[in-house]
Design a protein around this ligand. Structure first.
Ligand code: CMP
Length: 139
């Protein structure tokens, strides 16, 4: 059953390129409510744990190096049908394949450095949100 929350990160590439404000504007304009948010940086170990599901992929080391190289914005977002609607808003993993107007089409540069993360299921949204936030940080 669909729940009404998803988890996102504005990744180091988008932070470095000054896109935090524009991306948050797109997210809130699309009707998502921010219920938790922090500006933080993942250690290599944090990134390895967060992306453990991808540890056998050939790009795993590149992914961990990228995700830990600078600050990110982590957030939990609320909206009806949040997981699916957020994935529509951000577009395909590869920005070359992302639809016009999506966040990755506008702000991502490559399949690896793709500006934002969005949970791929309700179960992962809950796991990923709990990775970054305690109960008293969610409003
Ligand atoms: P994300 O949605 O955060 O989930 C897994 C991440 O792995 C993905 O975004 C990309 O940043 C990265 N990724 C996926 N495919 C590749 C690839 N072929 N090469 C490098 N990085 C990738």
């Amino acid at each position: 059953m669909a729940t009404n929350r998803t988890f996102t990160m504005i990744k180091p590439d988008a932070v470095e390129n000054g896109h935090i404000g524009a991306i948050l504007e797109k997210i809130t304009a699309a009707g998502f409510r921010i219920v938790a948010m922090k500006y933080t940086q993942l250690s290599r170990r944090d990134a390895e744990l967060f992306y453990e599901i991808h540890k056998e992929r050939p790009f795993f080391d590149e992914l961990v190096t990228f995700m830990s190289r600078g600050p990110i914005v982590a957030a939990i977002l609320e909206k009806d049908n949040a997981v699916e609607d957020f994935r529509t808003l951000i577009g395909a993993t590869n920005p070359a394949e992302a639809a016009e107007g999506t966040i990755r089409k506008l702000f991502a540069t490559s399949i690896g450095e793709n500006a934002v993360h969005g949970s791929d299921s309700d179960e992962n949204a809950a796991i990923e949100g709990a990775f970054h936030f305690s109960g008293r940080e969610i409003f």
